[in-house]
Design a protein around this ligand. Sequence first.
Ligand SMILES: NC(=O)c1ccc[n+]([C@@H]2O[C@H](COP(=O)([O-])OP(=O)(O)OC[C@H]3O[C@@H](n4cnc5c(N)ncnc54)[C@H](OP(=O)(O)O)[C@@H]3O)[C@@H](O)[C@H]2O)c1
Length: 307
Amino acid sequence: MRGFITDPTGRAGLRLDDDLPEPEPAPNEFLLGVRAYALNHDELNLIRRRPEGWRPGQDAAGIVLRPAADGSGPPAGARVAAYLDWEGWAERAPVPAHRAAVLDDRVSFDQAATLPIAGLTALRALRAAGVVLGRQVLITGATGGVGQFAVQLAVASGAYVTAYVSRPEKRVAALELGAHRVITSLDEQDLGPFHAVLDGIGGPLTAQAVRRMAPRGTLIWYGNLGGAAELRLADFYGQAWNTHVVGFISPDPDETKGEDLAILAALVAGGRLVPRIGFTMDWEKTPEALEALAEGKIYGKAVLTLP
Ligand SMILES: NC(=O)c1ccc[n+]([C@@H]2O[C@H](COP(=O)([O-])OP(=O)(O)OC[C@H]3O[C@@H](n4cnc5c(N)ncnc54)[C@H](OP(=O)(O)O)[C@@H]3O)[C@@H](O)[C@H]2O)c1
């Protein structure tokens, strides 16, 4: 079987291996014929950190080749999206039945592949922020993999959404996602107060965001692409009294990943959620796609397709 493995001498730290062992699914796992997968920012770190020969790949979509032996999960031939821990960048992969959702014909494999990590993070982060109907929500990294879903889901939930983007040229993209206001600085006038903040950037931005929050608001802190954040009690003095800061870990809970994927897939099928795909290529181009992701050249998700 063919699939990518880590190799420090290869481009982007990867090599396409032509002779991997066939997967041996556990009783609660089905065998997925992978047709598309998407890249996530954290996979850049994983590829660097894991030993040589490790097999990356968390987001995948494809066809069930062999159902789970214990009878759980989708039947043979079903089109599915799947949330894996690793080994997804290959022709075939074992998938725990509870981590997959069956796809409507209106959802393409490319779209489905974008949903697992980024979509679930956005959905669950927004859930953790509570009811946002009619409330002001700030989303940082708004045109990134997670951010693009977070903006659309928050707008669909009835929030007034302010999208923070790092560069003015991303303004239009954020407006296209449905954001009501787009900012490139938290020093702008008349911002907030925000009932909820979804922050994937960290660094100085987190404290700046807290200073713009409403009393008893919730800041969901899920990423730190901008570096370590430093908070002082004084950041809460202005108006963010008793605001909650949640150190957010999206893979928890594990047992409802398939359910949450099904929610996202249904929204895509109904045209209410539109995954922004900034890069689609044959899967042999995975190293090139990873480099483009690392250089911040991809708007939305990078998707790799298998024949
Ligand atoms: N906690 C969890 O469970 C969880 C789950 C998923 C992801 N994450 C983390 O969340 C973060 C975002 O993931 P992602 O997949 O959305 O990444 P992504 O697709 O690379 O998007 C990141 C966005 O952040 C912006 N950005 C990057 N560096 C920035 C900086 N220094 N200042 C301001 N904006 C910056 C980029 O905007 P520009 O192009 O405009 O610069 C880009 O739109 C990563 O750190 C990832 O590891 C955590």
